[in-house]
Design a protein around this ligand. Structure first.
Ligand code: GLP
Length: 238
């Protein structure tokens, strides 16, 4: 794992955006794996700003998001579809037909999971997967206890994740209890990963990720076994 230290959230976001932009410039047909949550918001804002300034094109890029809540329509401001449109897709030139997120409203969720997995394969797999880090070590929505071999699946969210994500909703009761997430195997199949971590509240999780035991109790620890991971973390998270 390569560790890049950032001064603060702004610096982390600048470095992460540059990292992604460089990959897209080097491979205009890159398949990106994208993440949501609070951490990547400014990274996406920087990508948008750079696109507007320098015309870096995303016309050939395909993206697959890690996860989506079950039961929230695309127009719900708390759905990850909405988040991605708001923060990234509607501001860059990536064609709508090349952005994919799991459909949390699918009638057959099991079928949706395997179709999503197939779609990633058909596109040749993920070239660069962007990841955030959950307090309990979750990546995507792979909660502690998730087998490392699992692919895209439906999850019951951990109580701690529901509480952590409640800040985006009006009430705790509005946070969906389930989501579809790319599995750990799906994530580990990515050719390269970029994990971004910011804030003192992630310190313990980051320490485990970097130096702790590889265990399903802390899903992100599996990244230690991937050959090409870059972590950009702020000083306070370190
Ligand atoms: C969320 C998302 C993850 C994200 C993580 C951290 O639940 N499903 O993809 O990386 O939790 O979120 P944040 O960046 O807001 O701390």
């Amino acid at each position: 794992m390569e560790l890049i230290k950032a001064k603060d959230y702004q610096d982390m976001s600048k470095k992460a955006a540059q990292f992604i932009i460089e990959k897209v410039k080097a491979n205009p047909k890159a398949v990106l794996g994208l993440a949501t949550g609070g951490t990547p918001v400014q990274t996406y804002a920087n990508i948008v700003e750079e696109h507007q300034k320098n015309d870096t094109t995303y016309q050939g890029v395909t993206s697959f998001n890690l996860d989506e809540y079950i039961g929230l329509p695309v127009e719900d401001p708390n759905s990850y579809h909405y988040y991605m449109n708001k923060h990234l897709f509607s501001h860059i030139d990536i064609p709508d037909t090349q952005v994919f997120l799991p459909n949390g409203l699918a009638a057959d969720l099991t079928e949706e999971c395997s179709a999503y997995e197939d779609l990633i394969k058909q596109h040749g797999g993920i070239d660069l997967q962007l990841l955030g880090l959950g307090h309990n070590g979750h990546i995507g929505f792979n909660e502690p206890g998730t087998p490392f071999e699992q692919r895209t699946h439906v999850v019951d969210l951990a109580e701690s994740t529901i509480k952590a994500n409640a800040r985006f909703f009006d009430k705790l009761e509005e946070v969906p209890r389930q989501a579809i997430t790319a599995g750990i195997r799906t994530i580990m199949d990515s050719k390269e990963m970029l994990l971004i971590v910011s804030g003192e509240q992630k310190r313990e999780a980051l320490q485990h990720l970097l130096h702790g035991e590889v265990t399903t109790d802390f899903p992100a620890s599996i990244l230690q076994q991937h050959p090409h991971v870059t972590v950009i973390a702020t000083e306070d998270a370190l």
